[in-house]
Design a protein around this ligand. Structure first.
Ligand code: SF4
Length: 479
């Protein structure tokens, strides 16, 4: 199973580990906060960002509603440009296709540039089993490959690593003394190490940010030049995309190119926007001799037409992660899967290759504050879908999503509903709460409360129940 980390640790335990990892939290607060502030500044530069977001939403809505049409057009255009197209129903299919292309081309070393879809299908492990070495060439991806980890953020996979941790990893890999190395030095080390891999590799594997149906162009948006090397130096290029990455036209692409870099990193435009349309043609100076496009379903077609199909509009910009108060203290690894944060909590229970027991609690990892909806460039209503997952759990609905609430939880919410509908019961419950929680009050806060409140007060203090409830004060003020 590729899409989920190989761990036997429960979600609750992973959460506790993350909450007690102070360096992780400091790194997350700084990095996610910086991305988020940069996004807001970048959005302010646009005359009418709301209109632009709305336009982008309409394009995505239309495309998802006519996915079959645009995928057919894309396939036609990629083939017309001289490329090969492969459809993969699931991760295993995609692994087989990629391994076969590499083997048939007679190679055993591939270089990769960032592709969350290849993480989703667990490609590196599958290639290793087939005797093929895969080298990640994005700086962040290479760092986590050396660490033997998975990405903890969609666009900044090593967001959780400190400079010192990176220096240690590079030291282990290269033998160079890097204890006091600054970031430019570390970057230079990575550049030197990776440059020879580009020249030695027979195959380059990349992701796809957008696939333009009208031209068959595969577009990547990156800040590192490795993407260009991966897609143009090795004789074979394999691009892997989820089927929702197709967009109708180049005009539509312009809309997303305005929004994606601003929402992801706060940049007006990224350093490299690359469009690959077919393999190298006669007379062209560079480019691969063969181009293969692998289009992955992986559970996406089953989402179409459901209350979750809005999630297929995702641009993978990471803005919802950066603003999410839950993600900002947990980081991506606590979610356990390839996709984390609010979009991960919505999508992970829906994708193939996921054990429902492992993702059942993810939709609960949200305060439902709505910040993700405000931050999403295509206004994806993540809170609505998180609630839909929770509702399925409560209803005991089809276990394609969400968890089934425990009987204790159902009973507790039933009791809460009863109490809040009866004023006298409500007053009695408040009085009981005031008395019952008194022994746990310290310095005006409730700490280490018992029973169901234990989890709440492990990481935060609760204010005590007011001595004079609001409605009493209101009555006194009016009377
Ligand atoms: S759901 Fe929206 S904000 Fe989150 S990654 Fe996708 S496009 Fe970005």
């Amino acid at each position: 199973m590729a899409i989920f980390m190989k761990t036997n640790i429960s979600f609750a335990k992973r959460v506790n580990q993350a909450l007690n990892d102070r360096p992780l939290q400091a790194a997350l607060q700084t990095a996610a906060g910086r991305f988020d502030a940069a996004r807001m500044r970048a959005w302010e530069d646009i005359d009418d960002v709301s209109a632009l977001r709305h336009h982008a939403k309409l394009i995505k809505e239309h495309t998802v509603a006519h996915l079959d049409t645009y995928l057919s057009q894309l396939v036609e255009q990629v083939r017309a440009a001289g490329g090969f197209v492969h459809f993969a129903a699931d991760a295993a299919d995609a692994q087989t296709i990629v391994s076969a292309v590499v083997r048939e081309a007679g190679h055993d070393l591939v270089v990769k540039s960032k592709s969350m879809t290849s993480e989703e299908i667990g490609l590196n492990d599958a290639l290793a089993l087939a005797g093929i070495q895969a080298v990640e060439t994005d700086l962040g991806e290479w760092i986590i490959q050396l660490a033997g980890e998975t990405p903890s953020h969609i666009i900044a996979p090593a967001i959780h690593k400190s400079r010192q941790q990176v220096a240690d990893l590079f030291h282990e890999e290269t033998g160079r003394v890097l204890a006091d190395a600054d970031i430019p030095t570390l970057t230079a080390v990575a550049r030197q190490e990776l440059r020879r891999q580009f020249l030695a590799a027979g195959v380059g594997i990349s992701g796809v940010n957008f696939a333009v149906a009208e031209t068959g162009s595969l577009v990547t948006v990156t800040n590192e030049g490795n993407g260009r090397l991966v897609t143009s130096v090795p004789p074979v290029h394999i691009a892997i995309m989820g089927m929702e990455k197709v967009i109708p036209t180049l005009d539509d692409l312009m809309v997303f190119l305005e929004l994606l870099p601003r929402s992801a990193t706060g940049q007006t435009i990224t350093s490299y926007v690359q469009m690959v349309t077919g393999p190298r043609r006669a007379g062209e100076a560079d480019g691969p001799e063969q181009l293969h496009l692998v289009i992955l379903d992986g559970g996406r077609s089953a989402i179409l037409g459901t209350e979750f199909d809005e999630s297929l509009q995702c641009l993978r910009c990471g803005a919802c992660l950066n603003i999410c108060p839950v993600y900002r203290v947990l980081g991506g690894h606590a979610y356990g899967g390839v996709y984390s944060g609010p979009i991960g909590a919505v999508q992970m229970p829906l994708l193939q290759g996921v054990k429902q027991s492992e993702v059942a609690d993810l939709p609960q990892a949200s305060t439902l504050c709505g910040a993700c909806l405000d931050a999403c460039p295509v206004k994806i209503d993540l809170p609505r879908m998180l609630l839909a997952h929770r509702r399925r759990g409560v209803d005991g609905g089809p276990q394609t999503a969400g968890r089934t609430a425990k009987w204790t939880e159902r009973a507790a919410f039933k009791a809460y509903g009863l109490v809040t509908r009866h004023p006298n019961l409500y007053k009695m419950a408040l009085q009981a709460g005031r008395v019952g929680l008194k022994p746990f009050e310290k310095n005006g806060r409730i700490q280490n409360a018992p029973g169901p409140l234990k989890g709440w007060t492990e990481q935060r203090d609760l204010p005590p129940l007011a001595k004079r409830p609001f409605h009493k004060r209101k009555n006194e003020a009016e009377g």
